[in-house]
Ligand binder design. Structure first.
Ligand SMILES: [Cu+2]
Length: 290
């Protein structure tokens, strides 16, 4: 196996990625049930060899539960709302040993159902397996909150929960694949290249970053969460969370390279996050994997 770390949900991709065969683990139970998901994910910090650990990691995955709670039963748009996440074992005992990965013990990703809203924040560890963070949801509607964690000795995994924010839900925005993978955000022109876009294969993602005005390559990216950048990928329905890792962690631009595997055909949204001059910018792309 190459030095690659991916978090994937589907059995097929999991088996491919881990080079394990002969298993018929059914992952369907991880898919959404009654508004709550405990997604299987398999992956590790960049550079770790995870070959042959699929089954082991997977069973531990099921031993970990996350309880999500908002500070109010009727959350409103644009109101400070605390999210509390309790990490427990299957007997309800707190799990308080979590590895620090990309500088944090928990990465929390929040997306609206149409994926038009994306937020990446870091809840504070209150001890006893309890994490909390205060944030705002911009509109009424459904949001998915995804906690990306690595309980010590159990491998990387993600746990998630849908929440409904009260009020009149705006019309969803279409998730259309981008005709061209060049975007301008915060004065930067970012072009995403993916080698042979296809399902079930380890792929390289390269973000090339220029100054949008001068077209000069950006070569002074600052480390963000300990690497050249951070990339999150979700399937169109937000059910599958792919964790992606940099392949050249210490790069400063203009190229930021990552690796992932798209587990199946379909539409995916990709958010690349980079830092320059102390400011993080987030570049979204939508791709269709044939
Ligand atoms: Cu994070």
């Amino acid at each position: 196996m190459k030095k690659v770390a991916i978090s994937i949900l589907l059995t097929a991709a999991l088996l491919t990625a881990c080079g394990e065969s002969g298993s018929s683990t059914d992952h369907s139970s991880h898919n959404e049930t009654s508004g709550s998901t405990n997604n299987a994910a398999h992956g590790n910090t960049a550079g770790m060899d995870h070959s042959g650990k699929a089954k082991e990691t997977d069973s531990k995955q099921e031993d970990v539960q996350a309880q999500f709670k908002l500070s109010t039963d009727k959350p409103q748009p644009n109101q400070e709302t605390a999210i509390t996440i309790k990490i427990q074992d299957k007997n309800g005992k707190p799990i308080d040993k979590l590895d620090t990965v990309h500088e944090k013990q928990m990465h929390l990703i929040i997306v609206s159902k149409d994926l038009s809203f994306f937020n990446h924040i870091h809840p504070e560890n209150k001890g006893n397996g309890e994490f909390t963070v205060t944030t705002q949801f911009p509109t009424a509607g459904d949001y998915k909150v995804i906690a990306d964690i690595t309980p010590t000795g159990m491998g990387a995994m993600n746990k998630s929960q849908w929440f409904t924010i009260q009020g009149n839900v705006p019309a969803p925005k279409a998730i259309d694949p981008d005709a061209t993978l060049t975007k301008v955000v915060d004065g930067k022109e970012v072009t995403l290249s993916i080698d042979h876009l296809m399902a079930n294969k380890e792929l390289n993602l390269n973000f090339n970053i220029k100054d949008a005005q001068t077209k000069q390559p950006v070569t002074d990216l600052q480390p963000y969460l300990g690497a050249v950048g951070h990339v999150v990928i979700l399937t169109q329905d937000a059910e599958n969370y792919l964790h992606v890792h940099p392949t050249e962690e210490k790069a400063k631009g203009p190229d930021a390279k990552f690796m992932t595997t798209f587990p199946q055909s379909g539409v995916y949204k990709i958010w690349g996050q980079f830092q320059q001059n102390g400011k993080v910018f987030t570049v979204p792309f939508v791709v269709k994997v044939p």
